[in-house]
Design a protein around this ligand. Sequence first.
Ligand code: FES
Length: 356
Amino acid sequence: MSVEQENRPGTTARSRTLTVSEVVQETKDSVSIAFEVPDEIVDDFKHLPGQFITLKIPSDQTGHVARCYSLSSSPHVDDFRLEIGVKRTAGGYASNWLCDNVSVGMEVTVLTPSGKFTAKSLDVDMLFFAGGSGITPVLSLVKSALVSGSGEVVLFYANRDADSVMYERQLQQIRSEFAERFTLVYWLESENGLPTSVAVEKIIRDHKGSSIFTCGPSPFMDLVERSAAACGVDHSDVHREVFQSLAGDPFDTATLRRLSDDEGVATATVYLNGECITTEWPRNTPLLDVLLSRGHNAPYSCREGACSACVCKLIEGDVEMAQNNILVNDDIEDGERLACQALPLTDAVTVSFDDL
Ligand code: FES
């Protein structure tokens, strides 16, 4: 007996086409790009603040490349509208292509939102550290926390100089609307040099007990993590966004593993998008490939164990991960597993994508 691959060639369960509805030049080297989400696919774009989408960018050399961009829009504020922030990178291709070519009316193929740079609760005090274009997911979280949460929100936002500050107009509006709960601290390298541990530790001490989120260049996030540790903040209270370059092509379903029961079959029970799915799980095939092949809209981006878009929680049974370049020990102890790398170790496995 063999289990046939069931996906349609050239499609992926999470691939959708969106139309660009607005392009705003944020700074001389960055733009924000908004997409309207048509009513018929609005459910596919339900997401949490802090998540990202993956764009398919045309390329003369390879046909296309895939890149992840954080959403700066908030699901609590910006109904039916998704917005990403894109900044030029020296020698980079995809972001520079978008800055040079994107225009209203352009159709873009995207993978639906995913990612684990999210908040378990918006009703807590939150302290954000954003560096440069790392503001994009942070802005989504800040807006969501202020509109739907109840805690104090502090944003430390570091940039090269005043001309490099993305989303300044939005931030000023937010500051005047939520003056009692929102504190915005700008740090400009042109005036103060690179952010220092003294400055970062002072803010952390002044806002002890807040959940800390950081997104930006790696040295900046390292500084925040070190400073939090020096202030005695538990590692689990520091949330860091991690982006790895995509080496493979998440839009290419030809690379989905062909389903075969040559090495036996386990049973997977999967809670996904409010449904409970029970399906045969060929032991040599990652769970994500099984779900996508059978048309289930499971989240993913890199399919290489590097981005955490496919993270799910192990409820029963056991799995092994072929690769894991993103989950830390705390995540694994919490039961988190990467569906794109998960192979069954037990005859029956239950996981949930809905309850992380
Ligand atoms: S899809 Fe990126 S880690 Fe699984």
